[in-house]
Design a binder for this molecule. Sequence first.
Ligand SMILES: *Cc1c(COP(=O)(O)O)cnc(C)c1O
Length: 384
Amino acid sequence: MKPIQMVDLVGQYHHIRSEVDAALVGVLGSAMFIGGPEVKEFEKELAAYNGSKHVIACANGTDALQIAMMALDLKPGDEVITASFTFVATVEVVGLLGITPVFADVLPGTFNLDPADIERKITPRTKAIVPVHLFGQVADMEPIMAIARKHGLYVIEDNAQAIGATYTFLDGSTRKSGAIGHIATTSFFPSKNLGCYGDGGALFTNDDELARKVRRVCNHGSEVRYYHEVVGVNSRLDAIQAAVLRIKLRHLDEYNAARNKAAAFYDAAFAGIEGLRVPERSAHSTHVFHQYTLRVLPAAGMVTGGRRDGLKQHLEAHGVPAMIYYPVSCHLQNAYKSDRAPEGSLPVTEGLTREVLSLPMSTELDNEQLTHITNTVKSFFTQQ
Ligand SMILES: *Cc1c(COP(=O)(O)O)cnc(C)c1O
């Protein structure tokens, strides 16, 4: 059996090696390393794929979030509502800009923001909502957009984990993740569903004026060289990364299908295991399985989290890596603790940090590996 990794990027590269190598040699020969035609073409191709009018590439997904908030002119004192059960990037840029993060709880099934709790957290200072499409499913955008309209708020989709997922509205119409809010961001970190071979990120919007502001913020606040209209940043995508991304974008749907196939294998193997919950499928979103995340429910008489941690150790002892995304929620991190969201104030989020466990997930898992992983999980529950 091939050794099992959380993500197998070497295996994936081997399938596209000749295409990638040729494209990289092309960039080297052109000596256009920053911006240039590869980046322009990639932006156009990604916009067409996603059904978004504008795509603006930048240096990484964290920058993309910061640039979105700068382009929307969010200021110190403004409040932004987001999830605490997520990667720290959103909260970090909110903090850097002097904006106040306000955390809403998530739904225990999909791990995505609970629209009812968003509405409870709105104050006169609230300016924006940042739904994070966690682990590969789109947050429930229809009610979130309705809340935003009612209160005059911006919606910034953090689409770093769900690129390629589709959301279905009540009237049956569909949109891709990242094409629903006023603006959206994504990351091309190598292990993301659409990953490059270094750092990369992008912003999406259908609003011409906002797209112009985003380009200006990315480029030192400047539209005409050496004239600076606003405070900006330097955030741009390398041509080498764009060349890789153009190739991988053509495979994205096939990659997401391979992830779904592995997820279906897991689901079937785990059906009926007492104390284990397979990831719930949202009623309104397809799943692209950035992560396959189990909930290990607490066992009677064991400390909370004990059975989850025991399963993780058991897997690792049998050559199966497993990860906890995320062991500490943002509102309990030392950097972001505040009286406004003390321990106990986000019960679903806090419970999930003690229950979740993500299994290996990539485009390259074969049946032999999947069988070993699922048998190892099952043996943990039968030995108890
Ligand atoms: C990866 C990720 C980011 C940050 O992207 P980088 O490219 O690593 O800066 C932001 N938000 C979420 C939800 C992510 O998963």
